[in-house]
Structures are given as C-alpha cells and as structure tokens.
Design a binder for this molecule. Sequence first.
Ligand code: UFG
Length: 338
Amino acid sequence: MKKILLTGGTGYIGSHIAVALAREGYSPVIADNFSRSDRRIAERIRELCGRAVPVYEADCRDINALRNLRDREGHLDGVIHLAAFKSVGESVRKPAAYFDNNIGSMSVLSAFIKESKIPHFVFSSSCTVYGSPEVREVTEETPFGKAFSPYGYTKQACERLTHDLVRAEPWLKVVSLRYFNPIGAHPSGRLGELPGGIPDNLLPYITQTAVGEREALTVFGEDYDTPDGSCVRDYVHVCDVAEAHVRALAYLADAEHSPEVFNIGTGKGHSVKEIIDIFSRVNGVPLKVIHGPRRPGDVDAIYANVDKATEVLDWKSTYTVEDALKHAWEWQKSLVNF
Ligand code: UFG
C-alpha cells in the first residue's frame, strides 16, 4: 500500500483527502501541528477510513519532526502538502507570520523530500495566484496576477519553488492544484469546516448565521459588474477537491510533464446572493442578510476553466452547489454535539 504524507491532514480539506486516499487504497500518514485544526478530527478520520491512520504532531518547519516521522513510517511514496495559513485578511494583518509559516514550511518540506527521495509531490495552491485577472474564466495559462495579499504571494512563491525544485531534482514529479472556493462537508456529517473565531469565508458565516451564532450575514458589495451586483465565485464541494488529489497522485505515477498545474473548480460561477438564496431554499432556513460595502481586495468575478483537469486527470466535480450547501448545513447542525 502506497504511503502518502499528508501535511495539514486534520484541517478542513486535509481531513477529506485522508478519507479519499484510504478509500482508494493509499495509506495516509498525517502530520499536523494543530495550530488551526482540532485534535478530535483525527478520530473522525479513522472512523471514516475504517482503520488506523497515523497522526503525528509535527510542524513542517521542523525537519527533525519530519525525520522522526520518516524513521517510524519508513519509505514515503508521496507528499500532499496542505499545512499553511489560509486567511486573506489575516495575512494582511500578519504578513511575516504568513511568510514564515507558508514559505518556511514549503522550503523545509522540500529539503525533506529531497533527502528522503520522495518521488511525488502534490502542492495545495489557490486561484488566488491569478490575482485580479482580465478574464473571468481563467485557464492554467492565465498568468499570475499581482498578489493582492501576503497569502496570495505565498501561494505564488511556493508554486515557483516547485519549478526550481524539479529543475534541480528531475526525478521529482510535482502537481499543484489551484483550488477555487471549497465548500460543503462530508456527506456522512462527520467531517467539515471548523473555523476558529469569526469566519472570514462566506459559507461558515452563512451556516453560523443560520444556526444563530451570528446575528446577520453581510453581503460585501452589491455594485459589482455582475448580473445581480454581488461577487461571483466558483464554489466546489470539498469531497470533489479531495478526489482531485487522488487523481493527481495517479497522474504522477506516470507523469508526462512536471511540474504540472490544474484548476480545481466546477467551471460555473455563483454570486453571493445566489448562494444565500440556494442555501435558504434547499435547507428551508431563512437568513438575516444585511448589505455592506465592498470588502477590500475582492475581485468582482472569477471562475475556473476545468478542461485541463477533465482531460488530463479525468477529474471533474460531481456534487452540485445544492449538495454542498445541504452538507454544510448538516455539518453545522451536528456541531452542537461535537
Ligand atoms: N462574502 C460576503 N460576506 C461574508 C463573507 C464573504 O459577502 O461574510 C463574499 C466575499 O466578499 C466574496 C465571496 O463572499 O465575494 C466569497 O468570499 P470568501 O471569503 O468565502 O472567499 P474568497 O473568494 O475571498 O477567498 C477564497 C479562499 C482563499 C483564496 C481566494 C482566492 O478563501 O483561500 O478565494 O480568490 F485565496
């Protein structure tokens, strides 16, 4: 069974990837420093995987912690790297912390991959690398834009590092997956997003408002150049995002080209107002909504062209946005017993 090191494996996306890997016959080995995740998720992952999944408390900036993991686990066949901070707003307030954590962990992990001769590497990137593009439907050929935030800059820098790594170590095969807006939760209701404090992102804010933890949801801007004036994004179910990693590993086993990048979205845009309406309709829950000014740094509309992932990875999203909004609501309601 191929062993895959999954950094940040108890986080929102990582936990869903762990379950998808186990289902496909991989053996996930999780490294997480728990700075942004909950230790109890490890048990949920084991429950859904139906077997033991090793979880190491390890910070990717600490090469000795990674070496300790390798000494115990033996040869690793691949790495999926998610361990990073991911809040655009926080990165503006704490730029040095984002450089230290996101770029620091990538560079130490790269040294570890080299010394351990781990042949396959999947990097968790983001559509934030496109900045504010001139087109709304972006392909992988759309150039990097000006990074709007330190967070965005760290994703660009890490992607660039993958190119330099492969040039220096041609035996290493790398894929970067540029996620659009992952939403939803595991259909079992056992895994989902656990934002600490006040959420930055739309979905947890919606579900927390619906459950009464927040008074009202603010729509940030209604004067954008979009059909209803609110921003348009490509919301993709987190289980589809997880499946893309399984496909990326399969691609790397026989990679024709490396490093390679893929957009991971649905190919469709939904506005903030549409998401609010669909959430209320499919779940039968009214939401108190107020109207606010634009949020600094937001682009009016961006969604993925997913032709490349479809053709090369044989991947495309399978869940609808309605499914994702139902699963997100089931997860939120289940948290009373968490
Ligand atoms: N929004 C609201 N109200 C809220 C929260 C969000 O109206 O309370 C709006 C935002 O203005 C935006 C949309 O909902 O138009 C989506 O916002 P999110 O914060 O959920 O997501 P972003 O598109 O800003 O950010 C996402 C990821 C980042 C990634 C970025 C790339 O969260 O990790 O896409 O653009 F970098």
